[in-house]
Design a binder for this molecule. Sequence first.
Ligand SMILES: [Fe+2]
Length: 518
Amino acid sequence: MGDSNGSGMDRRALLGGAALGAGLIAGGVAAAPQAAEAQVLFPKAGGGFGGPFGGGGSVAGAVCRSENDLYDCEVEGKLPADLDGVFYRVGPDPQYPKPPQWTMDIPFDGEGHISMFRIKDGHVDFRSRYARNQRWKAQHAARRSLFGMYRNPATDDPSVKGLSRGTANTQIVYHHNRLFAMKEDSPPVAMDPLTLETTDDYYTFGGGMKSLTFTAHPKIDPHTGEMIAFGYEAKGFYTPDIEVFSCDKTGKVNWSAWVKSPYTCMIHDFGVTQKHIAFLATPLAANQELLAKGGPHWAWDSSLPSYLGVMRRGGDGSDIQWIKGPGWMATHTMGAWSEGDKLYFDVDGAPGNQFPFFPSVHEPFDPKASVGRVVRLTADMSTKNPDGYGRETLFPQITGALSRQDDRYHTVPYRWGILNGGGWNLLDHQTGKAQTFTLPGAMLAEATFVPRHRNAPEGDGYLIGVASHMKENGRSDLLIVDTQDIAAGPIATVHMPYRVVGQIHGLWVPGDQLPKHA
Ligand SMILES: [Fe+2]
C-alpha cells in the first residue's frame, strides 16, 4: 500500500474522502447495496471512487481498464544493451463503477491491474492484464461492481458471499517461477510471469499456508532463496492472529508459527532478518463501529499505543515480545538486520495517520503529522520485557513514503535505501548523503532498484519507474536513471503513447531468473 502512484493526487479529493469517513464515524448511515445502473459510467467529479486518486493512479478522473500490448516501445537515450529483465508494476484500476452509495470508497479498493515492461537487447515490450481473481471474474460475468466498501464484506452484493474479496492490487513478488499479485486481506493470485495469465486465483502454497491472508510485502532471503511472509487477521475478520511462515525455493512451506497482535490493526509490512521477525502494530485499527456503518476497515485511533513485536525467526512464536511505544505510524520497511540479539528495523514512519481517507476517531486528519521520514527502530532482545524500543529519525531533511532497498539485501545489513516523495531519493546510510531525482511537471511513481548486472555491488545499477506527465493528460514515460548520478536524469526514457495503468508498487526480475521458455 502506498500513496505515490504516478497519479494526479488531489488533496481535495483525499480530504473529501476523509470528511465522508468522519461522517461515518459520527453516525452516518450507509444505504443497502443496490443494483448498478445497466450502463457503465464512472463518476466525472473528483472525490468519488474512480476520481483523481481512486482512478487507479490515473488522472483527470479517468480509470484505465484497457489491457494493452505494445511491441517495441519507443526508446530515447541509451538503454543499456545488457539490461535484461522485467519491470512489473501493479495498482488499483476499478473494473466497474461502484453503486452510488459506495462512491466514497477509498482509492485502494480498485481491482489489481498488473503491467510489465520486458527489457532485453535494447528493446522494450509492454503488456498489461488484470488479475483474473475471484472478484474480477464475478464482476466480469455480472458486468457491474459487486463489492462495496474497502474490506467491509457487509457492504457486498449477496451474490458474492464466500468469494475472495482480494483485489491483488498492491505488490507483486516472483518466487518458484510464479508471479504473485498480492493484497493483504487475501491469499495471493498466481500469474504466468511471461504472459500475465492468471493461473491460480487463490494460491495457498499447496495448502501449506493456513492463514486466510497474505502480506503484500514478503521478503526473500538472499542466502537460502526462501520467501518469508505473514498474514494478519489470519483466522478471519477482526482476528488478532498472525501466521508467519516461510517457503523454500520450490514453494514448499518449511516453517510456520502463530502469534497474536496486541490489537487488530493494519500490519502492512514487516521486518525480517537472519535471526528475527519484527512486526509494528500502530493505531490504524479495525473499527467495528465504523464497519457497521458501511465504512472502511480502518480508523486512526490516536489513543492507542504502538507495539514493536519481535520474535526469533524459525521458532514457534512463543518468545515474541511486544514492546510498547508511543502512538505513531509506519507503513513500509526499508531494510532490517540483526547484530547478535539486537534488531535494526528501518521504516517510513510518521507521527500520525499517513492515510487521510481512513477516518480519525478523535481529531481531524493532520497533514503535517502524515509526512514520512526514515525511522530506525532498535530493540535488544537479550532483555526480557524491555521498557521500550529505540526510534531515531534518519535523513531528517528527506520526506516521503514507500521506502525500498536493493532487494538483494533483504534480511541482512544494507547501505542503500530509496524513499519516494516529491522525487526519487537515494539514501546512503554509510555516508549519510542523499541524492534526489525530480522531474518538474510529472508525477513519479515508486522507484524500483535494478542491479547493473548479476554480481553488481549493492546499490550499483539503476532506478526504474514511471512518470506521468500532467500536461499530457497523464501520458507515461518509463524512466531509467543511473544510481551513480541520479540527479543527472534518465539515461533512457521509454515513451508510451498513452497513460499506462497506475501503480502502487513495482518489482524488477532479472532475465536469468525468468522461466526458461522466456
Ligand atoms: Fe506497500
